[in-house]
Ligand binder design. Structure first.
Ligand code: CTP
Length: 402
């Protein structure tokens, strides 16, 4: 594997004690690592340990003549091919989000052109606070990547989301950002959002899907060097960089777009919530109450839409096809029946009755349901991470088929 230059920026949180293990993981595969610390990080991990495991001098001061003499901060920012901020504390993310440059770590984050990988770690209430989430969104919008946090016992005594991702996970994510382009040369068709089936000139039958999950999958495909074609029934979200987007409204339009793109795609991820029924004869004009008898109700005649996923599975020809199943009850059994009925390679099932999961939130708790191996139940994760985990599986399936 090609050796790369990784700058590890350590924040002041208890999880900093795991950073020597991360540095060792990088060095084991031959990467060069330099560590910088915020002032508070030194309370949790000793600079000397980091210096020993990295084999390089460690820096923590911006205005220290000796430290600047060995490598100045701009040279260090230019040196890095990847900046890993771990643990990314609430305070550190707030400062990075607002572009402060009042210490060495924040200055380096502004000065570098390298991709930024954040490994957040903090108390669950701090993590869930809207200020922290807003800062993270801002950083993500500017291209920062995120790994974790996981769920479990927290050092503060609480249980919940906020544990820093394990060093091995941070190292694996770093490899992808450094160009372990496991989807290079692969074109992935992703559908996203909820279709809208017109009732009349102004009304439609729709569903609560925001499209976020599919958009995260498309974004992740590009990060891994693949080509993403995003057939989207959701107009509200910005197009992820590097993806080709085809906007559609109805299930029939989605089917047409999917069938047109399909021949050139080696992978299909059907994350869209496609309407199963549509009004049989939508009115071209607005339906008015005054055109109906007083007090009369309105009956809509609905007809079935084609099942796009089932249709493309009938002629898979080596393609990897993934479906989604958002269920409110009987989640795994229903997903298993769907998998068998439609014939796809994998179903990503989620329980929409849980508040940590499902529609219009940034997180999702999913299970991977396979035709012939046991169900994999994942902990609550950001949608970006669900996308990453999903594409890890897709990449392995492609490897097997090659
Ligand atoms: N799907 C599709 N075409 C449809 C309906 C669904 O391609 N007309 C796809 C979705 O994109 C998703 C999977 O099938 O990947 C499962 O969708 P879901 O709505 O959960 O399943 P249905 O088969 O519609 O079953 P039901 O809604 O009755 O649970």
């Amino acid at each position: 594997m090609k050796q790369r230059r990784i700058l590890v920026a350590v924040g002041g949180g208890i999880a900093a004690y795991k950073i020597p293990e991360l540095v060792r993981a990088f060095r084991r595969v031959g990467h060069e690592v330099r560590c910088v610390l915020t002032e508070s990080a030194a309370h949790f991990v000793s600079p000397l340990s980091l210096q020993t495991v990295s084999g390089q001098p460690v820096r923590s001061q911006l205005f220290d003549a000796v430290e600047e003499g060995s490598i100045d901060h701009i040279a260090l920012a230019d040196w890095a091919e990847l900046v890993v901020v771990a643990p990314a504390t609430a305070n550190l993310m707030a400062r990075l989000a607002h572009g402060l440059a009042d210490d060495l770590v924040s200055t380096l984050a502004l000065a570098t052109r390298a991709p930024l990988l954040l490994a957040p770690a903090m108390n669950v209430h701090m993590w869930e606070h809207p200020a922290t989430q807003a800062n993270l969104s801002l950083l993500r919008e500017r291209g920062a990547q995120q790994v974790g946090p996981g769920t479990g016992d927290l050092a503060c005594g609480y249980e919940g989301e906020g544990r820093m991702a394990e060093p091995a996970e941070i190292a694996a994510r770093s490899e992808i950002l450094l160009g372990r382009r496991d989807l290079a040369g692969v074109r992935v068709l992703v559908t996203a959002g909820g279709t809208r089936e017109p009732v009349d000139a102004v009304r439609f039958l729709g569903n609560r899907s925001s499209g976020k999950m599919g958009f995260e999958v498309a974004r992740e495909v590009v990060v891994r060097g693949g080509e993403a074609v995003l057939v989207s029934a959701s107009s509200a979200l910005p197009t992820p960089e590097g993806t080709r987007r085809v906007d559609v409204v109805t299930a029939l339009e989605m089917r047409e777009a999917v069938l047109e793109e399909l021949p050139d795609c080696q992978v299909v991820v059907m994350a869209a919530a496609v309407a199963d029924f549509r009004p049989a004869s939508p009115s071209a004009t607005k339906l008015r109450k005054e055109d109906l008898p007083e007090e009369a109700g309105l009956r809509l005649d609905l007809v079935r839409t084609p099942d796009i996923l089932a249709e493309i599975c009938r002629e898979k020809t080596g393609r990897v096809v993934v479906g989604f199943a958002a269920e409110s009850h009987d989640v795994l059994a229903s997903a298993q029946r769907k998998l068998a009925r439609k014939g796809c390679d994998l179903i990503v099932a989620n329980d929409i009755s849980e508040s940590s999961s499902g529609f219009d939130v940034d997180r999702n708790t999913v299970s991977f349901v396979w035709p012939d191996s046991p169900v994999e139940e994942l902990p609550p994760l950001s949608k970006q991470e669900v996308a990453a985990q999903l594409l890890d599986r897709v990449s392995k399936l492609l490897d097997h088929r090659r």
